[in-house]
Design a protein around this ligand. Sequence first.
Ligand SMILES: [Zn+2]
Length: 297
Amino acid sequence: MQMNHKISSEKVLFCDLCRSPNKKIIDEEGAVVQCINCGLKYLKLRSSQKDIAVSYDYNYANYWRDFAPEAELMYERRCNFMQRFVRQGRVLDVGSGRGEFLGEVKKRGSWQCFGTETSSYALEFAKKKLDIELSLGQLEELNYPDRFFDAISFWHVLEHLPYPSRALKEARRILRDKGFLFIAVPNDSWLGRKHFFKNAFKKAINRLPLKNKLKLKKMYPQINEEGNKHLFYFTPRTLRELLKRCGFRIKAQAIDYDYEERTAHIERKYRIDSLICRLTGINFSNAILLAAEKKES
Ligand SMILES: [Zn+2]
């Protein structure tokens, strides 16, 4: 990606989940570290928030221009999941992008929709195409009233935030008692990792006395790759821990349907992964989905 300004970066000193400064490197090129105390994985070096916001604007203006009609199923499934727990009221979607999720919620007719977004391009798009009014800024800057919402969603947003715990505490403040939080993030457990099984197989082959070694797939993007960056890599366990520490009770865990296309193969995989998750609680898929309830203080 081409951007015409200098990128500044900041060092991350403490784990956002447990505050420990102790970490070990798990991927040098990607600058990914793991907290020795609680196991949370995060970037030890990251772009400043200003640069990240600029890169989202750039992406919305240049790449994510229009809706993919095939992605509708993804938003329908997320909306169905939410409605298993709350059926009406005020919903806030944090990091709404172009507003597709709220577009789906609006169709159901029983919700008052609110959303936040840091890209003004995305904001205009949501207004023009879906007649949805989003608020520009980070959640913590928008000062919503205490106990205002019945449901709050973070669809693949938490891993992009510099301090997920701050956003979750703010969400807790503005949720009514026993209000619901819905969160989806990529699954970074070894089970959910895209290249884990392929790499494990190649590593086994590479142990044989052969001349040419097989090249392993990269597990994390390199630090100098710009743009839509993940600052955290959650597993089902670290995400649950984070929510508990921020004052929530986990009510359900499931598979997030994180596909912008529809094929028979994806559908089969989704159904099998969902069934395994329902029966065993184990998530083999590429994305985690949680419902959590606000605990009274
Ligand atoms: Zn930690």
